[in-house]
Design a protein. Sequence first.
Length: 305
Amino acid sequence: MTPSPSTTHRSVPGAFGMALRGVAVALAELVPGISGGTIALVTGIYSRTLVQAHTATTAAGRAATGDLAGARRAVKSLDWWLLVPLALGMLVTVFAMAGPMSHFVHSQPVYSRALFFGMVAASAAVPLHMIGPDNISATRLWVAGALSAVVAFIATGTTAAEHTDPAWWMIAGAAAIAVCALVLPGVSGSFVLLALGLYGPVLDAVSGFDIPVMVVFIAGALVGLVTIVRVVTHLLHTRRLMVLAVMTGLMIGSLRALWPWQHQVLHGCGPGQTNPLAVTAMMALGALAVTAVARLSSASEAERL
């Protein structure tokens, strides 16, 4: 008899494979525009990871309310063969790649934004695809998407500039919001940070082992996991189409934060020494990368969700 997907990882080779999935998810989350949730979907761990996240937050909630027995039962039901190697793969990758990513973003701001612009623009098609052709013409969804796009466009106009010394509450709040990307295929947590002007500072903190900043970020992410993620997960089950429409609008409106020449335009200058053709090529490359991942996701969605 063939082992089920839920049991095949309960071995050393299975744990190694789970760690490799963690590497893939972390690489995706480090790049604004590629969704770690989409990679989890493609690699077949999306549903199981959601179940484990829900169980973990349930344990935390019960512990916080004094139900220690219930918390212990929830902890015992966690699939540690999935969680530990997955987390280790993600952590090692984040610390190993944060430095190179930070260097790329700071040394090539125009080209990096062009790459991310293409990725996010293509990613907006993911929630649209999830809405489906039978529902895409609904007026209420278009209105929700349009309003979300306008809100995101205005909001990113005030936050697109990178914060050089962000306050702790900004870091914690951004982490709480960004962690929602784990439950929303097509949405990038790094893009959320970039739109809020915190992508560079967070990368610098990780690559420089800035412990206070990392502690604040992790604390914010945990709070978001216990609160916001549970709300989003509930809404995905009860108001799925509306959530997807709002997601699409937010992603499209937030592209303002990724316009490659935004700083030069704000100062009345042209693109300077950057090659417009090269910038366009970077946009196309980003869009093609996300399209390829989305096609893999679409091909495996029915089997793995």
